[in-house]
Design a binder for this molecule. Structure first.
Ligand code: DNO
Length: 425
């Protein structure tokens, strides 16, 4: 797999030089300063490519911009309101410019209003570092008491409401302020940043949009954009909802295998695919991620690898971002399935046989605790995650290669998947 690294551009306190030392082979970035819905001018793409390719002393970094994460989809497109058709035209123009710049993979999401959401950005871990958490009780306390959404109570079971009430009573103004800003201000990479007032307005735009309508709007968007992306040789890949369940009464429709199946079979093109994010999908007990890799294999165009530990029962749960090989997802099984898919593609001679992956998020450890990089995107925590994942990939590839060699030595035909892995060597 191609080991990539997310970089937020020149404002990022973790530099391209840091990414290189972490062993990254390519960069994932976006033109985060361009407002959602506007066209990405080719000159700006080219400029960002140049920023990726050189180090501060002017020497080449050896890295290139590999994946766009994200080309955001506007709220107008998600709700099919205002100038959504104009936004689609501008989206296509941006795709044209991205393709001309020789970038082939474009990640996006179709989450309504909020992108990824956490309640705590720096929860203390036993080892002395910090990590991000989503706490369903704190989230409900925000929804019921701070946002004061009229139908909030309908969305939480009684025991969650009771605990949320207690928490809201016990929170200081500073704690309420921090919780509110964590939820509404937008985490790194989020295309939109709200206040309580603008969030309320946005929620009202979704009054008549249920999950079925939301899914259809997504399919309509892809039906317009994907045939065009196909001509440009661009692979679009939708990031799952994070967390993978409805928030604030909004429909989240890219949370499960069934969700992906509905959309990807309605728009059945290799240019419509998914960003397999183990951390997002893993926050739901009913998502079997290794099985999802096998189910969607040819449509996986980009991979985010991280792990979460769920801390409460049920679909709407609390969780924290664990170390990359800890947590509830069997990362070895996920990587094994992904490597098998890469081997299959290689055997078939696919040009895109190597799947770009990145170590998604990281805990803040060591000097991360002083550096103050973007929440979830520290240097050392991600470097550690990438090193661990690289170790697993190396072990799996070596083992399959050795088994295949043994099989050949014994004169027997190597089983199919061994031959796949052997051809990777
Ligand atoms: C969080 C990220 C997401 C992702 C978008 C893709 O860390 O994985 O913000 O970039 O949802 O559109």
């Amino acid at each position: 797999m191609r080991q990539t690294w997310r970089w937020f551009g020149p404002v990022d306190k973790v530099t391209v030089a840091d990414a290189r030392q972490a062993g990254a082979e390519a960069i994932v970035t976006a033109l985060h300063h361009i407002p959602t819905g506007d066209e990405w001018p080719i000159e700006e793409i080219v400029q960002r490519q140049a920023e990726v390719s050189v180090l501060p002393d002017g020497s080449p970094s050896g890295l290139r911009w590999d994946v766009v994460e994200s080309l955001p989809v506007s709220e107008a497109i998600k709700t099919q309101s205002a100038d959504w058709r104009g936004d689609i035209e501008r989206y296509k123009k941006s795709l044209t410019h991205i393709a001309r710049s020789k970038i082939e993979t474009v990640c996006y999401n179709f989450m309504p209003v909020l992108d990824w959401t956490r309640t705590d950005l720096a929860a203390p871990m036993q080892h002395g570092g910090t990590s991000m958490r989503f706490d369903i009780y704190d989230f409900a306390a925000f929804d019921i008491h701070v946002l004061a959404r009229p139908s909030a109570l309908d969305d939480y079971p009684k025991h969650v409401q009771d605990e949320a009430n207690k928490r809201a009573d016990a929170m200081s103004d500073a704690q309420i302020g921090r919780l509110t800003s964590n939820i509404v201000a937008g985490l790194p990479g989020a295309a939109e940043h709200w206040t309580i007032a603008t969030l309320r307005e946005k929620l009202s735009d979704y009054q008549h949009i249920d999950a079925t309508r939301m899914r259809q709007n997504h399919i309509d968007f892809l039906s317009e954009v994907v045939p065009y992306a196909e001509q440009l040789n661009i692979r679009m890949c939708c990031h799952p909802d994070d967390p993978p369940f409805p928030l604030l009464g909004l429909p989240r429709t890219m949370s499960t295998s069934e969700d992906f199946c509905t959309v990807l079979s309605a728009v059945d093109s290799p240019s419509a695919g998914l960003t397999l994010c183990t951390g997002s999908l893993g926050a739901r007990p009913d998502n079997d991620i290794p099985a999802m890799v096998t189910e969607f294999a040819p449509r996986i165009h980009f991979v985010h690898l991280r792990n979460v530990t769920r801390q409460t029962e049920g679909v709407q749960c609390s969780f924290f971002e664990d170390e990359h090989l800890e947590g509830d997802t069997d990362m070895v099984a996920v990587l094994s399935a992904l490597l098998a898919e890469e081997s299959r593609r290689r055997e078939e001679g696919c040009a895109d046989h190597e799947i770009p992956m990145r170590p998604d998020h990281g805990q803040d450890i060591l000097s991360d605790l002083q550096r103050g990089a973007q929440p979830g995107y520290p240097a050392i925590g991600r470097l550690k995650g990438l090193a661990e994942l690289r170790g697993v990939m190396h072990a799996l590839t070596t083992q399959t290669r050795q088994q295949a060699a043994l099989g050949e030595h014994a004169g027997g035909a190597a089983p199919q998947e061994m031959r796949h892995a052997a051809s990777d060597a």
